[in-house]
Design a protein around this ligand. Structure first.
Ligand code: NAP
Length: 641
């Protein structure tokens, strides 16, 4: 946008132009600074400029205006008293004209009060006589304060331009991709990024300027202006880091928005924080939608899986937009559903990521066994995974892993150049915390997180590997048979990993009375998200009438069939010095779930022996707590005193 502020001397062009420039973050220029040296010389001698003198200057300004428009816009202060001058400056289609006008007495007083500025008497009168009233643009009376005038200009600019339907705060990887996805699907979208002087400047306006092929995208570098560009009720999507940043951003928004407006947190916030924010914002009349988003950069751009929760009425206002941008399942339905109250959307995104942790580690263990146990090259390992994909184990993770195994950089496999140090942050730790809080066993997640923690200290591992002479030992067994065992072991690990995740959701849903719909959750995870797979499609159907994966008739048969394969692979792998944390944890979990007589009676006995913690007896239907004086019993039985 090019704003040209016109008016005679003393009308406040520089003051208004500078203030406006701060608000809409466009550079400010004074036309007088562009006079050619001949004009400057004349003016310094007090000789009035003729129209002939002004022509090269106005033509130069017209060129500059075209240049400024290409780089995102500018604000220009120029007296432009005659229509002929203004028509030269109209060198781009959409100049926004602001004409400052006022009574002669006010102008004279202002000019008298100017310091270090010589104003020849009579010049103001001559300028006022020359002024040709334009029939267009915004005419402002300079009686009002500069702040009031700038507010009127802002209101005018944004009432003239159509309001955006959705606003996005945070122009990082996800915010940018979601903004382009919306603009492409016909949703007018305004974007904003925080302004950090010297570091983060003009991020949003530059982004919009670089994407002019999307005319529905508007970029703003001032929060107030961004908010005023949104239609009511405002729908503001936060795509910024979880934690304090969300609270601070909401705090900054609150004075600018109204009751009934909607704030959507699309980041990976901890669901208990989202529960708190839901309660706090609802007291203020602001609707809050915590929303899990999955699919990474590509998903956000082309179609993510969306998990919104919170205020249902607000969801109904947002659903049409979310359905437009979400991925579609195999029946063509959008991969978005209202998940439940409060932070339920962030909760299920957290569990989604927990399943993701287990999936990634299970594949990493499998590929290690293929490479160092079965001695397959990377392309051979990729081929095995591709066979599994077509052989019933289709999943996004297997597909990208097969790609990764084959990709080379400078003739070397890129995987072998990557340092074997992984990190765990946010959702992994929160899920463990939640699994413990809701007493939900989740050993595959615990082990996947632990494996990343162990990997983090490379130096320690390298030192100890020397001390213990650790090396993987290849299997001597038949490769074809081993591959069959491994495929089944991997497939069963995935089933168990999904069961633990869905069980955690069941436990929390029951405790918080969220009434989560697992069939819908599995359905919105069948496309657009990272853990999409043929297994997930199967689960979407299954959960329509069932609650636990271990009661899935078809899967019970497979679990029984593949259990010996998992046990065999875990046993062989451990004996050959492979760490298989998720595979072995999954087997232990399965055995723990299907064992009738567990070893926990001994644990109870020990606790009662040393700490009088009591236990319940099998032969007591009421399950009353009992305590035994174990020492007395021991001495009695041994006839000791
Ligand atoms: P990103 O690329 O790091 O971008 C973060 C954005 O937040 C940037 O625009 C950044 O602005 C802004 N920001 C940082 N600190 C801020 C603060 N204190 N106040 C206001 N704005 C702040 O992150 P991202 O990958 O887009 O992720 C955004 C959110 O989505 C996160 O919660 C993330 O966990 C979640 N998420 C990410 C993915 C993924 O695959 N990347 C997938 C699903 C969900 P500056 O440029 O000024 O620093």
């Amino acid at each position: 946008m090019i704003c040209i502020v016109t008016g005679v001397s003393g009308s406040g062009k520089t003051t208004i132009g500078t203030l406006l420039s701060e608000k809409i973050k466009l550079p400010f220029f004074d036309a007088d600074d562009f006079h050619p040296s001949a004009n400057v010389e004349k003016m310094s001698q007090g000789i009035p400029l003729t129209d002939m003198d002004r022509m090269p200057w106005l033509n130069h300004l017209a060129e500059k205006i075209q240049e400024w428009e290409k780089s995102g816009g500018a604000i220009l202060a120029c007296s432009a008293l005659k229509e002929a001058y203004r028509s030269i400056l109209q060198s781009v289609p959409h100049n926004f004209w602001i004409h400052l006008q006022g009574e002669k007495l006010i102008l004279e007083e202002r000019l008298r009060n100017r310091k270090n500025h010589y104003m020849p008497p009579g010049l103001l009168t001559s300028q006022l006589d020359t002024w040709e009233q334009p029939a267009y643009g915004l005419h402002l009376d300079i009686k009002k304060s500069p702040e009031e005038l700038v507010q009127t200009i802002l209101d005018h600019i944004f009432s003239e331009s159509p309001k955006s339907h959705v606003g996005i705060i945070g122009m990082g990887v996800m915010g940018k991709s979601l903004a382009l996805n919306m603009a492409e699907k016909g949703i007018p979208v305004a974007v904003y990024n925080r302004h950090v002087p010297g570091k983060e400047e003009k991020i949003a306006s530059d982004f919009a300027a670089k994407n002019q092929q999307f005319p529905l995208l508007q970029g703003f570098d001032d929060l107030e202006v961004f908010v005023s560009a949104l239609e009511l009720p405002r729908k503001i999507l936060l795509m910024i880091p979880a934690g304090e940043a969300i609270d601070l951003q909401i705090e900054q928004l609150l004075p600018l928005i109204n009751e009934g407006d909607i704030i959507i947190d699309g980041g990976n916030s901890f669901f208990e924080d989202s529960n708190r924010r839901s309660d706090e914002l609802s007291k203020k009349g602001i609707h809050f939608l915590p929303m899990g988003v999955s699919g990474g950069e590509e998903g956000a751009r082309k179609g993510p899986s969306l998990m919104p929760s919170g205020n249902k009425a607000a969801y109904d206002l947002m659903s049409a937009y979310l359905e437009k941008i979400a991925a579609k399942d195999k029946k063509g339905m959008a991969c978005v559903t209202y998940v439940g109250p409060q932070g339920a959307g962030h909760f299920i995104k957290m569990v989604h990521n927990s399943i993701e942790y287990g999936e990634m580690q299970a594949i990493a263990e499998t590929v290690h066994l293929l490479r160092f146990g079965l001695k397959l090259s990377l392309p051979e390992s990729a081929k095995v995974l591709r066979n599994w994909i077509t052989g019933g184990l289709k999943s996004y993770f297997l597909e990208i892993t097969a790609d990764i195994l084959e990709i080379k950089e400078n003739n070397e496999f890129l995987l072998d150049m990557i340092l074997d140090q992984a990190e765990q942050k946010g959702t992994g730790g929160w899920s463990i915390q939640t699994a413990l809080k809701y007493n939900s066993p989740y050993s595959s997640l615990f082990e996947a997180v632990t494996a990343r923690q162990l990997s983090a200290n490379k130096k320690d591992r390298s030192d100890l590997s020397q001390i213990f002479h650790h090396r993987f030992r290849a299997f001597a067994e038949d490769k074809v048979l081993m591959l069959e065992h491994l495929k089944n072991a991997y497939a069963l690990t995935r089933i168990i990993n999904h069961e633990t995740g869905f069980k955690l959701m069941q436990n929390v849903s029951d405790a918080l009375e969220w009434n989560l719909n697992f069939s819908e959750i599995a359905r919105i995870w069948t496309n657009g998200c990272i853990i999409r797979s043929s297994l997930m499609e199967d689960l979407a159907e299954f959960f329509q009438s069932n609650h636990s994966i271990f009661h899935h008739k078809a899967l019970i048969g497979k679990i029984k069939e593949w259990k010996p394969d998992l046990a065999y692979i875990v046993g062989m792998g451990l004996q050959h010095d492979f760490a298989l944390p998720v595979m072995s944890a999954s087997l232990n979990y399965l055995l723990g779930r299907i064992t009738d007589d567990s070893s926990a009676n001994l644990i109870q006995a020990q606790r009662d022996y040393f700490g009088a913690h009591t236990y319940k007896r099998k032969d007591d239907p009421e399950g009353l707590p009992r305590h035994t004086d174990w020492t007395t019993l021991k001495y009695k039985q041994l006839n000791l005193k």
